[in-house]
Write a protein that binds this ligand. Structure first.
Ligand SMILES: [Zn+2]
Ligand SMILES: [Zn+2]
Length: 128
């Protein structure tokens, strides 16, 4: 893995929560220097393709995969997103393979599938 890819993954693992691309760019340099945006975007693209990082479109943020160890290019990622406190959790869902099968039956080559469920986390449900 190249240095930018390793650094971006390291930042996401250290954060332990979704991080916006511009925060990754700002936090990139060990000396406090921001990265060049294309460096970070290219690294994110690569990591996403490898299945070790997911993009959560509805909150425009990236997060390290917590559901699968190692490379898992094909896995469908499912996220529970709390609209109250912003907590997110990746969960394993059945049906990802069935979806991929339906896609290939329709002649599509799916590169990634991300399911995003919005609602309230257990803590926020108790507080409500
Ligand atoms: Zn994942
Ligand atoms: Zn919450």
């Amino acid at each position: 893995m190249t240095a930018p890819r390793r650094r971006v993954l390291e930042l996401l693992l250290a954060a332990g929560e979704p991080v916006k691309a511009y925060d990754l760019i700002a936090r990139y340099g060990l000396d406090g220097q921001a990265a060049k945006p294309p460096t970070v975007y290219r690294a994110l693209e690569f990591l996403e393709r490898r299945g070790v990082v997911h993009r959560i479109a509805s909150i425009s943020a990236y997060v390290a995969c917590t559901a699968v160890a190692g490379d898992a290019p094909a896995h469908a990622a499912a996220f529970l997103i709390c609209d109250c406190c912003g907590a997110t959790e990746e969960v394993a869902v059945a049906g990802g393979d069935a979806f991929a099968d339906a896609a290939s039956a329709a002649g599509y080559a799916i590169e990634r599938t991300t399911i995003e469920g919005h609602g309230r986390c257990p803590a926020c449900r108790v507080a409500a």
